[in-house]
Design a protein around this ligand. Structure first.
Ligand SMILES: C[S@@+](CC[C@H](N)C(=O)[O-])C[C@H]1O[C@@H](n2cnc3c(N)ncnc32)[C@H](O)[C@@H]1O
Length: 356
């Protein structure tokens, strides 16, 4: 049983992100987990040894029993409770207090732009970035009373990648502790809506490298994910891919243990010759179909990866602790067998296996 359980609390969402990976299951109550499933899953997973729970969706914070669920998980002994959120609900000061009081220990705001125009446009909801600004101000005031982490995720799309570094600078002004850069993936789907949001790697890599240069200079926690490791030079040392965190992912129709980062991923021919393939998120299943074959440079030996980490430690002096951390994870995880393929489509149906 993995330490971490990820619950898809609801399919309802107040936003409508242009690139939303779960766009086809949004606002479909027939796909929502029942409350009984949520409570039972939390109990069983805890009995089986899980200590961390993540809430996602849809928008988890608008589940009508969100606070009750968090309180229950705390009573069960979960030591870490996190959620991804569009932040709209956290505009209410009262809700911010109630959430951290109930036991939320990590709030991950999805922040895709540094201006209202860019962010609100991408999530298709006016006032969204202002809600996040207000939420961060409320939560900032609660820091002396409660222990929690504020994190921010920027999904890199064709509309915001040129501003990526500025978006990261903006997150710093909000008081975000930990930043995550997540290259938008297509999800192996044929939705033109999403494909139009996904830029080819050659366009994005310089923006990602520049943002990493900035983040590494801060000496605070950050990582990126979903860009093939071989495309980034020494910047690859900051990839979350090295974690390979096993998670129990739970939907209405069932649950599956796997690596959430491997959602819809596939190997290119070059990945077969790459020693980093077991830890790399590689390509989206739809990438080559829409963008052509990227020029990948497989790592021929573990020594090449060690040299990449050496170069990163020498270059990013203020972020050496992060490089060291990911080097350790890489050494531990490089021989770990791959988790089973993860198939969220099957788990969204109501006729699959029941949650744990
Ligand atoms: C589907 S959202 C649901 C949670 C919440 N409503 C939010 O906006 O964060 C879960 C996470 O996936 C990210 N995400 C959504 N679409 C994505 C895509 N196409 N590629 C990569 N990440 C994506 C979001 O930014 C968020 O961090």
């Amino acid at each position: 049983m993995p330490q971490h359980v990820l619950l898809n609390l609801t399919t309802f969402c107040q936003a409508n992100c242009a690139f939303c990976i779960v766009y086809d299951t949004l606002n479909r109550p027939e796909l929502n987990m029942t409350d009984e499933q949520i409570f039972t899953t939390l109990k069983k997973a805890r009995e089986d040894g899980a200590t961390e729970v993540g809430y996602t969706g849809g928008e988890p914070s608008i589940h009508p029993r969100f606070l009750e669920i968090v309180r229950y998980a705390k009573e069960l002994g979960y030591t870490r409770q996190s959620l991804n959120t569009n932040g709209i609900k956290f505009k209410q000061e009262k809700f911010c207090r109630a959430a951290v009081e109930a036991g939320v220990s990590s709030i991950d705001f999805s922040i895709h732009g540094h201006t209202d125009e860019l962010h609100d446009g991408l999530v298709d909801k006016k006032g969204s970035l202002e809600a996040i600004r207000e939420a961060c101000a409320h939560l900032g005031k609660l820091r002396s009373e409660f222990k929690f982490v504020l994190s921010g995720t920027v999904v890199v799309t064709s509309k915001n990648h040129e501003n990526l570094r500025t978006v990261c600078e903006f997150m710093t002004t909000l008081g975000i502790d930990h930043q995550r850069i997540k290259y938008a993936y297509e999800g192996d789907q044929t939705s033109e809506k999403i494909i139009a949001q996904v830029p080819p790697y050659e366009q994005v890599v310089p923006s990602v490298q520049s943002a990493i240069d900035y983040l590494a200079s801060l000496g605070k926690g950050f990582h990126f994910t979903h860009v093939p490791l071989c495309l980034l030079g020494a910047h690859a040392a900051f990839s979350q891919d090295f974690e390979r965190r096993r998670t129990l992912m739970v939907f209405r129709g069932g649950s599956q243990e796997g690596e959430a980062a491997n959602y819809f991923r596939t190997s290119a021919a070059e990945c077969q010759r790459c020693v980093a393939a077991p830890v790399c998120t590689r390509l989206d299943g739809a990438y080559a179909r829409y963008h052509g074959r990227p020029t990948l440079k497989p790592f021929a030996s573990h020594d090449e990866l060690e040299a990449m980490f050496d170069a990163a430690e020498a270059r990013f002096t203020k972020a050496q602790n992060i490089v060291k951390y990911f080097r350790r994870r890489y050494r531990e995880n490089r021989e770990v067998p791959a988790a089973p393929e993860f198939n969220p489509v099957r788990l969204h149906k109501d006729d699959g296996p029941k949650p744990v």
